[in-house]
Design a protein around this ligand. Structure first.
Ligand code: FAD
Ligand code: SF4
Ligand code: SF4
Length: 464
């Protein structure tokens, strides 16, 4: 069989149109396109793609079903390992994971595993929500899940399917974690996460919003209320700053605050809704990851004339997904690579007006294996800006750690767990970004499922 090295392209909104709206950029495959792309899969005996997926989805198996137009069977194969394929099919760093191991990718373009996953999952989303029925629940077996991001959702789903009464506590007024307040609508439409949450409600999962565990209730209070197992999935949403002069000026946001304001206060429906952030004519975004890219592309859509991406290494070292970098360039983002901010200056009302930067060059590799950026003496220059967005990383949310004295905490504020996602405190499990630090949706989702399986075993042990 002749190998087809060229993948079927996915239609997308044109750059000039999409930079003025928040609608999703890639439009998805049609049935014919999906089947044509699936035909490129060689059904390799050893299927190395599977080991590239953090939850080892049977990729070869689900693609075989697409080749045969058995779409329901295809998505069912995915559900065995992945609770949220509509999400992972869109946002997984496929090019570094499953697709990086695809045999076809050695000589040409890898099979578009993520796009195929998205296709069958989208086809099934509404149907699955309609088909889901509540199952008999053992009211004596109560579990609490803290946080409604992908780790919490995945854990709650598996616990509920096992007949356990699950309550999810969420600090925000919106459910979905970073999937809702971080990743913008143009990459992940909110209706997808809302439908997943509706499916969980049909399974009997209870959601309590606006409730911060550690403030409203502690972990020990939850045990007193009769919860026998607790899963902490509170994420890593505490922003880091650079600690440079002027960083506390008006108009300097963390990416977390900026994106949360836009996403949760519906600025993505601008002008229908007021913008709850300074829009800015000239914006500097600092960082090189997905978060920086999301903030920059959001600023473009809110009408900023110039949006600069300031990153201290080169484009080759940027951790952002290739697709996001490609899209951002098409939308007019101005890349300032090998550049590091030194300070901000402000006007007489303490609003930021300039960012001073220094040029960098790459030196010897550092502990991450990437070449260390070194400042070039005397190369300082300024850029006029009226908003800056700092996207240089986040650390685990600290509230639960502070209010649970007997819970072991790591040196970065993370919660250490064993291979069962169990913490040092009996009955308390943890997973997702609160354990690993900022990572990916699929690893958080996998951790949630592993924790659910462990909690189910734990319940059967304590019941005997
Ligand atoms: P979260 O999604 O952070 O959810 C934690 C939830 O817990 C939140 O809803 C929070 O409000 C709640 N919470 C926190 N503390 C408490 C408390 N004390 N009581 C009650 N509730 C609490 N990953 C990818 O794979 N691909 C991408 O393209 C990608 N892009 C990203 C873009 C942005 C802007 C960001 C911020 C992250 C991105 N990520 C991406 C990372 C990914 O979203 C996270 O790794 C993932 O969401 C972690 O899931 P989680 O369930 O552990 O935590
Ligand atoms: Fe690939 Fe992510 Fe799907 Fe796994 S979950 S097969 S890594 S797209
Ligand atoms: Fe198909 Fe690529 Fe996996 Fe081989 S490695 S089974 S071609 S997806």
């Amino acid at each position: 069989m002749a190998v087809n090295y060229k993948s079927v392209p996915m239609r997308e909104q044109l750059p000039d149109i999409r930079r003025k709206n928040f609608d999703e950029v890639p439009l998805g495959y049609s049935e014919e396109e999906a089947v044509e792309e699936a035909q490129r899969c060689l059904q390799c005996p050893k299927a190395p793609c599977i080991s590239g997926c953090p939850v080892n989805i049977n990729i070869k198996g689900f693609i075989k079903h697409i080749q045969n137009r058995e779409f329901k069977e295809a998505v069912n194969v995915i559900y065995e390992s992945d609770t949220l394929p509509c999400v992972t099919g869109r946002v997984c760093p496929q090019e570094d994971q499953c697709q990086a191991k695809c045999v076809v990718g050695v000589k040409g373009e890898a099979v578009s595993i993520g796009r195929l996953e998205r296709y069958v999952a989208d086809r099934d989303l509404e149907q699955r929500a309609n088909d889901t029925k509540s199952i008999e629940i053992n009211e004596n077996l109560k579990a609490a899940v803290i946080g409604s991001g992908p780790a919490g959702i995945a854990c709650a789903a598996d616990l509920a399917k096992a007949g356990i009464k699950v309550t999810v506590f969420e600090g925000f007024h919106k459910l979905g974690g970073v999937l809702v307040y971080g990743i913008p609508e143009f990459r992940l439409p909110k209706r997808i996460v809302e439908t997943e949450i509706e499916t969980l409600k049909k399974l009997g999962v209870e959601f309590i919003k606006d409730t911060l565990i550690g403030r409203a209730l502690t972990i020990d209070n939850l045990f007193e209320k009769g919860y026998k197992g607790i899963f902490i999935a509170s994420g890593a949403g505490l922003p880091k700053f650079m600690g440079i002069p002027g960083e506390n000026a008006n108009g300097v946001y963390s990416a977390n605050e900026y994106l949360t304001r836009v996403n949760l206060m519906k600025a993505y429906k601008f002008p229908e809704y007021e913008t709850p952030v300074l829009k800015g004519k000239s914006i500097a975004v600092i960082g090189g990851g997905n978060v920086a890219m999301d903030a920059a592309r959001t600023a473009i859509r809110l009408g900023s004339e110039k949006v600069y991406l300031i990153y201290r290494r080169t484009e080759a070292e940027m951790p952002a997904r290739l697709e996001e970098v490609h899209h951002a360039k098409e939308e007019g983002l101005i890349f300032k690579m090998l550049t590091n901010p030194v300070s901000y200056s402000v006007d007489d009302k303490s609003f930021v007006k300039k960012i001073e930067c220094i040029s960098m060059e790459l030196g010897e590799p550092d502990s991450s294996g990437r070449r260390r950026p070194v400042p070039v003496n005397g190369s300082n220059f300024e850029i006029d800006i009226d908003v800056a967005i700092v996207a240089v990383g986040t650390t685990p949310n600290p509230l639960i750690a502070k209010t649970t004295p007997d819970l072991k905490i790591g040196k970065y504020g993370e919660i250490p767990v064993d291979e069962n996602n169990m913490t040092n405190k009996p009955g308390v499990f943890a997973g997702g970004d609160i354990v690993t630090g900022a990572a990916t949706v699929i690893t958080a989702m996998g951790a949630g499922r592993n924790a659910a399986a462990s909690m189910i075993r734990y319940f059967s042990d304590i019941e005997q």
